[in-house]
Structures are given as C-alpha cells and as structure tokens.
Design a protein around this ligand. Sequence first.
Ligand SMILES: [Zn+2]
Length: 177
Amino acid sequence: MSNDYEGCRLFIAPDGRSGFALQAKGNLAGFVWDFFVSHQENERKAYDLLSLAIEQGGNKLATPDHPLLTNFFERFGFQAVSMLKGNEGNAVTMILLDDAYQKLKPRIHEFLQQMDTRNEVVTSNALKDACASCGQAPQTPLAANGGDGYRADGYQCSRCGFIRIHGCLTLGPPKPA
Ligand SMILES: [Zn+2]
C-alpha cells in the first residue's frame, strides 16, 4: 500500500476484488477514491459498496465524465459540481446531497429487491444478458474510459432505468505535486 492513501480508511471486500478508499482526514475528507467493483461480482455489489461508503461518511467523489457513471451516482443523490478537463477525457467532481439521498434510498432498495427476486428464477445463459432488475433483453453495453487505465462498463436498462456497473468507478486521490 502506497502513501497515496494517507489519511484514508480502506474498505476492501474479503476476497480483495472490490472496494474503495474513504478519505477520513484533511481538507478532502469525505472523498471516495478508487472505488472498484470486479466483473466477477453480481449486479448488487456496486450498490452495496456505495451505500456502505455513504453510511461511513463518504459524500464526495471524482469520476470520468460519462453518463453511465454520473447517472449511477445521481441515483444516490450525488450532484456534479465541477468539471476538470483532461487529455484523455474530463473528470467530474460530485457531492452528495443528503436530502436527496434519503429520498432516493427507497427506490434503490426497490431495484435491489427486484434483482434478488429475479436472480432466484434466472438460470439460463440467454437471460443473463437481460436487465438484472426487470428482465428486459438484450441490454446495450456501455463503456466509460477515463484514461490512465480507468475503465468502467455496464448498461442502463432502456425500460426500467436500472444501471449495472463494474470496473473503476471513481478516480484516485490527487498525486502530491
Ligand atoms: Zn430493466
């Protein structure tokens, strides 16, 4: 582990495949860095981990400017506040509006419940490309390339709006000058 995560609390899944760093100290406290969800995880993982990050005090993040990512975070009540132009794409800084999060939480739980119910009945491979929440198929994959090795992919369901997402979902802490 490098000094990059100075002042951070690390949340890593027991299998080491997914997790994030939460800035606990300093003027960037509340930032969720290097939020990563392995492709081997199910559709819930990104939602479960981001919920955990928020419950632990996470309320800011920076992510590549791509609708798959920004829409996903908006589902939780994050709002874009600034844009940083980069050579390989722009990065958006987002902050959590707590009121919005409290209002959106029931909707998120509804999606997750639909997903759990569906996963119990889905056994055929053909159906696995379908929306994890409502079963609409097929879904159009989207990829968000943030440059510098950052990449996320998934889909946004055209029927119910559910977002499945994997990969690198937020950027890392700024490099010391
Ligand atoms: Zn759907």
